[in-house]
Each structure stands twice: as C-alpha cells, then as structure tokens.
Ligand binder design. Structure first.
Ligand SMILES: C[S@@+](CC[C@H](N)C(=O)[O-])C[C@H]1O[C@@H](n2cnc3c(N)ncnc32)[C@H](O)[C@@H]1O
Length: 278
C-alpha cells in the first residue's frame, strides 16, 4: 500500500511536468499502452460528448491520436477532426497511422484556433500534464461554438487507486524526484469536485460527471511494468539499476492481480466531465 511518506512525495510534484517522449517511446506508447488502456477509454469520452456525423472535433493533448481516430469514425467523411499535442514524437506516430486527419503541434493553454471553430473539444488523460489547467479548460470552452461540447477524462486520486500502489511505492522507494513527480502528476486532478469546478468557472454548463471503472490488461506482470516504464517519460528519468529494482519490488506487489493464466488484470478508476457552452 502507498503509505503516508509515499503519498506526500507523490503529491508534491512540480507544476511544470509534461509528457515529453522520444519517437521510440511514442511508438511503444502506441503499440502497448493504447491497446491495453487508452483505446478502451476513448469511446466513453467520445460518447459523453455526443460526437455525431459532420462534427468538427478537436482532440487536445492527442498523443498518438486514439481519441481523434475514435471521433473520426463517429464524425464520418462530413466531419473534420484535428489532433493537437505539444510533443512532435507523438504527432509523428499519429500522422503515420492516420495521415488523413489534421495533426497540429501546440499548447493546450494557448490553442491556435479562432473562437467557435469546433463543435466538440475533447481531452483524454492530458490535463494533468498542463501547468495551467484553468487556462486550458478555458481554451477548450473558447474554441467550441455556442452550444458546442467540451469533455475531458482524468484519473481519480491515488488513494482510490490501490492497484497502482505497488508500482507507485516502488518508484517512490528507488527513483529520484523527477520520476516520483511524474507518477504524482498522473493523479493530481483526482478531486472530482475541484476538477468539475474548472468547467463551471470556464463558463460551461456541466451535463455529466461520470466515474469509469477501467481495467488494464497485460499478458503478464512484467509486460505491464515494461509498458508503464518504457512507453512513458519514466524511462528517461531512471537508470537501468533503478529500473531493475522497481521491477523486482513492483512484481511482488502486483502478483495478486494475476488471473489463472498469469495475465495481469489491473482495476483502475478514471472519471470524466462533459459540459456544454451556453
Ligand atoms: C498520457 S498522454 C495522453 C495522450 C492521448 N490523449 C491518449 O489518450 O492516448 C498525455 C499527452 O499530453 C500531452 N501534453 C502534455 N502537456 C501538453 C500541453 N501543454 N499541451 C498539449 N499537449 C500536452 C503529451 O505530449 C502527451 O501526448
């Protein structure tokens, strides 16, 4: 379990953390993390925002583009889907997979689009990495038309995510400040009420706040640890030796989440907020 010392260390991340990745890490993110987790979340977000045929959709902090691709299926040929991310490596992978969609490099806190350009603005697992969350939600509200929809998914707080504790505890025990900060950042928008308030303060009318039980599936505990480290910025923040120690310690704690075949089935909790511009 994540004790007080661990929670305190993880809670004290800097406000400048981002999700910067190399091209190789971005490719691993797409190959391993997207199918085991983010592809299962994307339909919930697209549904909550009610994306329909012909919609102009913006996917903020799009990463390798799973939400944009999911929205493009709903928006159809009459729609227009734009994915925006700070990280060129993520966008390179996104462009390789769907060269027909519109991929832009940019910052969520300063969107390079005129007011009212979209019907829908979405953000999946991205706002926790943005230093100014209020500015970014405000930008999503600005770029949708009156009556347009804004929806975002983030992770519940770490104290509600027991299944992540074996890995988080191992990182807190063996890794340096940078790595610990990164894990804390994932959960920093875990207070539902506070996060929902970001939407109302941006002048949006909240229509849905939904808790999503999410299951991460990996062929084995070791595959899961590899994915969590090698498809995230964690890989650049720890040495080989620290990686080995984290793996050994997390492996023991995660063993209880194996099913009869040895596959890892890890229960996590996300939530999403959907809102409309008046
Ligand atoms: C965990 S990934 C999520 C990616 C994608 N939404 C998905 O569901 O797979 C977080 C993404 O946020 C992006 N990001 C971080 N800070 C950002 C910012 N200020 N503006 C735009 N994107 C940002 C990162 O580059 C990264 O691609």
């Amino acid at each position: 379990m994540c004790g007080h010392a661990c929670a305190a260390r993880l809670g004290a991340m800097s406000s400048t953390d981002t999700f910067q990745l190399s091209l190789q890490t971005a490719e691993t993110y797409e190959a391993a993390f997207v199918p085991s987790l983010f592809a299962h979340l994307a339909p919930h977000l697209v549904d909550a925002a009610g994306v329909t045929a012909g919609d102009r959709v913006l996917d903020v902090a799009c990463g390798t583009g799973i939400v944009a691709r999911t929205a493009a299926e709903r928006a159809g040929p009459a729609g227009h889907v734009v994915g925006l991310d700070l990280n060129e490596a993520m966008l390179t992978v996104a462009r390789r997979i769907r060269p027909d969609l519109d991929w832009r490099q940019g910052d969520a806190a300063s969107l390079p689009f005129p007011d009212g350009s979209f019907d829908v603005a979405l953000c999946q697992s991205g706002l926790m990495f943005v230093p100014d969350v209020a500015a970014s939600v405000g930008e999503m509200a600005r770029v949708v038309r009156p009556g347009g929809r804004v929806a975002a998914q983030v992770w519940s707080s770490l104290d509600r995510q027991t299944a992540i504790h074996p890995l988080a505890d191992a990182v807190a025990r063996f890794a340096g400040r940078d790595a610990v900060d990164l894990i804390g950042t994932y959960f920093r928008l875990g207070d539902r009420e506070e996060f929902t308030g970001q939407f109302t303060r941006a002048g949006l009318r909240v229509s849905d706040v939904r808790t999503l039980p999410v299951t991460v599936r990996a062929p084995s505990v070791d595959d899961y640890i590899t994915t969590e480290v090698e498809s995230t910025p964690l890989v650049d923040r720890i040495s080989e030796d620290v990686y080995r120690r984290i793996r050994e310690e997390a492996r023991a704690g995660l063993a209880r989440y194996r099913d009869a075949t040895g596959a890892l089935v890890l229960p996590l909790e996300a939530y999403l907020v959907a809102a409309a511009r008046g």
